[in-house]
Design a protein around this ligand. Structure first.
Ligand code: RIB
Ligand code: CA
Length: 314
């Protein structure tokens, strides 16, 4: 009986604005035998860059993973200002207190770190973007060939043919920096976009958290973050798994069926209706470099199973 091929974990860099759902996604990635997190890059988004970066460092330090470098990124979008989402994630960005980290960020900033990592390992490293796309857009501008060196690119963002979660047209990450989103999408670097359509279908309830019974340190932290999130507002019924579903797409290809399109993102300042900012515009339904979920293409049961397995929830 030949031994099965050993799993070779895929190197990934995660660009993140933690944020509670970012934190859950990071905990899943840390637990996955399929992924080797080579580094984190941070961006403001849910909260300003200082708490976002502090949270990334604190999560890694709490789990004994200070081997993973954190490169500090965008403090502001390419144009305008970040909207922040303190009302969802609190001003600190997390809903369970973690010890302040002693670890410091890397000397390289996020753009330098991404360029160095992708250029040193062409075609090997997957990039998973969970916040506004400012770091990736600045990478594209300063090192035009770097992003294309990624093995795969997963992006949480956008609302393709469905309402947004910030305005009727725009999802938060794309609304926060629509120019960055447009530059990354128009770069034609192939990417898988996990947008509002599949994300609306994958959520956890208050009762799911009560029944978690986590068996791992990552699962305990996730349980505490989610319990804290629900405790903040007793009217809250669902925690949408935006960033966690993006992780699922990276480790479980069968969870989401994609279709390829050509699209762009509206960052026009000429419109007098700012609710149009960050909206997704599909230019060609018959194909293109952006993979978006097919309507009804997410396997909700499989997605939730993968999330619970990676969190060690029974
Ligand atoms: O719209 C949801 C996205 O915006 C998630 O990535 C969440 O963390 C926020 O960044
Ligand atoms: Ca995020």
């Amino acid at each position: 009986m030949t031994s099965p091929h050993p799993i070779v974990p895929e190197p990934v860099v995660i660009d993140t604005d933690p944020g509670v759902d970012d934190a859950i996604a990071l905990l899943m990635a840390l637990s996955s035998p399929l992924l080797d997190i080579v580094g984190l890059t941070t961006t403001a988004g849910n909260v300003p860059i200082h708490p976002a970066t502090r949270n990334a460092l604190a999560i890694l330090e709490s789990l004994g993973r200070t081997d993973i470098p954190v490169a500090r990124g965008a403090t502001r979008p390419i144009r305008g200002r970040y909207a922040y989402s303190r009302h969802v994630h609190t001003a600190e960005g997390l809903t369970h207190p973690l010890p302040p980290p002693n670890t410091r960020t890397s000397h390289a900033d996020a753009v330098q770190y991404l360029a160095q990592t992708l250029q040193a390992r062409p075609g090997e490293v997957t990039v998973i973007a969970l916040g506004p796309l400012t770091n990736l857009a600045r990478l594209q501008r300063k090192y035009p060939s770097a992003l294309r060196l990624a093995k795969r690119l997963f992006v949480m963002g956008g609302a393709v043919g469905v309402p947004g979660n910030v305005t009727p047209h725009a999802e938060f990450n794309f609304y926060s920096d629509p120019t960055a989103a447009r530059l990354v999408i128009e770069s034609e670097v192939p990417l898988s976009l996990i947008d509002m359509a599949p994300c609306r279908q994958v959520f956890l309830t208050r009762d799911d958290v009560v029944a978690a019974h986590p068996s791992t340190a990552e699962g305990v932290m996730a349980e505490r973050l989610l319990a804290g999130w629900f405790r903040l507002d007793r009217t809250r019924e669902r925690f949408n798994m935006y960033d966690p579903l993006t992780l699922v797409a990276a480790v479980c290809p069968e969870a989401i069926k994609f279709r390829s399109v050509t699209m762009t993102v509206d960052d026009s300042v000429t419109t007098d209706d700012s609710t149009l900012w960050g909206r997704c515009l599909v230019l060609d339904e018959t194909g293109g470099p952006t993979r978006v979920a097919e309507p009804g293409g997410v396997d909700v049961a499989t997605s939730l199973r993968v999330i619970r397995e990676l969190l060690g929830w029974s």
